[in-house]
Design a protein around this ligand. Structure first.
Ligand code: GNR
Ligand code: NI
Length: 167
């Protein structure tokens, strides 16, 4: 197991589109384990491989209170969506920034699990938000891109300043 460094917005690598995983092998399982450790340590409720500079379609999620319901999704695809919800989102790649984003209330997701088995799951509420947020990362999209350009520029300035102090 290993903790992986998380890319910070506005790093251009956060905008790369991740490639589908051809086979869920030990390399992918190692990535899942390292991503899970990184997510729990952060702490966060989700992490996409893009955020650790691995451009493969892998995400880990745990929205449980007890932090013991790890969900690993390989090649996740939303096959149905309905409704609308607005959630105050945050992102490990955009530390200290929280803002409201409108997303589907309910999603049906198909993916492969940690052993390459096909999964189909129905999600609502925070889990649905998190799945959409993570799949966006795989498509090179960060939640701040849903905000106004004024807000995006303020966030870039704020994080650039912070990077100068903490670097
Ligand atoms: O830890 C996280 N919390 C969160 C809160 C509201 C909506 C989405 C998220 S995902 C985020 C972890 C992260 O950055 N995943 O990419
Ligand atoms: Ni994020």
């Amino acid at each position: 197991m290993a903790l992986l460094p998380i890319l910070r917005y506005p790093d251009p690598r956060l905008h790369k589109v991740a490639a589908p995983v051809a086979e869920v092998d030990d390399t992918i399982r190692q990535l899942i384990d390292d991503m899970a450790e990184t997510m729990y340590e952060a702490p966060g409720i989700g992490l996409a491989a893009t955020q650790v500079d691995v451009h493969k379609r892998v995400v880990v999620i745990d929205v449980s209170e007890e932090r013991n319901e790890l969900l690993a999704l390989v090649n996740p695809r939303i096959v149905a969506r309905s409704g609308e919800q607005v959630c105050e989102e945050g992102c490990l790649s955009v530390p200290g920034v929280y803002d409201k984003v409108s997303r589907a209330e309910h999603v049906t997701v198909e993916a492969l699990g940690r052993d390459g088995e096909p999964l189909r799951l129905e999600a609502d509420d925070l889990l649905a938000v998190c799945i959409q947020h993570e799949i966006d990362h795989l498509d090179g999209k960060v939640f701040v891109e849903y905000l106004s350009l004024l807000k995006q520029n303020r966030i870039k300035t704020k994080l650039a300043k912070k990077a100068r102090i903490t670097a």
